[in-house]
Design a protein around this ligand. Structure first.
Ligand SMILES: [Fe+2]
Length: 213
């Protein structure tokens, strides 16, 4: 009897809720295939519409530099900061068919809770150290559509997040973080705010301990 109970306990997988709220992880690599080439192609058609993002942020005498954004799902393509107004696909959706379909297929539209944005950091650009929230836990999904060598995403006391093209990380942005693009190439990421299907989180967590061959 005891053995049966213990065996049941042993077969329990860590739940998505525990991984997000209790694990204490600063970031989790998500087990996803990202169509980076197609997304880059679509980005090239709409990138002229991108706007300066958080250009009023300051730290001492410093400002963000070369950080631009364009919203694919949200209030409007050029509203790149958080808003309580109604969110939907923006006017660039028709030019970003593969990108928007990938987000729907991966996360499902009823899970979308906030913006989905393109985030560009120009060559030589930087994002100043900041925290996006106080509450702890994994939440925002940051996807590297391109990530040149010599472009680094730092997290205080956690080190450099190992982004490379096609990687997607679920982040705890209550940790102070900053980004430096010390390369001659643009760095394009996308950020998704919303729920992530539990099976993606759970299999991604297991990859930490039982990496795929
Ligand atoms: Fe941030």
């Amino acid at each position: 009897m005891t053995n049966t109970i213990l065996q049941k306990l042993m077969s329990q997988r860590p739940s998505a809720d525990w991984i997000i709220n209790q694990s204490g992880l600063p970031y989790l690599a998500l087990d996803l295939d990202v169509p980076t080439k197609d997304i880059l192609k679509e980005w090239n058609v709409v990138k002229h519409m991108a706007v300066e993002h958080r250009d009023s942020d300051t730290l001492l005498a410093y400002k963000n530099q070369g950080w631009l954004s364009l919203t694919l799902f949200g209030v409007s393509a050029n509203v790149t900061t958080a808003s309580d107004d109604r969110h939907d696909w923006t006017q660039i959706k028709d030019q970003c068919k593969i990108t928007s379909q990938w987000f729907e297929d991966t996360f499902r539209k009823d899970n979308f809770k906030g913006r989905i944005r393109f985030m560009l950091l120009e060559p030589g650009g930087h994002i100043l150290p900041h925290k996006d929230r106080e509450a702890k836990g994994l939440s925002e999904i940051n996807i590297a559509i391109s990530n040149p060598d010599d472009c680094y995403f730092y997290m205080e006391n956690r080190g450099t997040i190992p982004f490379k093209q096609g990687s997607a990380f679920m982040l705890d942005l209550s940790n102070r973080h900053w980004v430096v693009n010390d390369s001659s190439e643009p760095r394009l990421h996308m950020i998704y705010h919303g729920r992530v299907p539990e099976n993606i989180i759970e299999r991604s967590y297991e990859n930490l301990y039982y990496p795929k061959k």
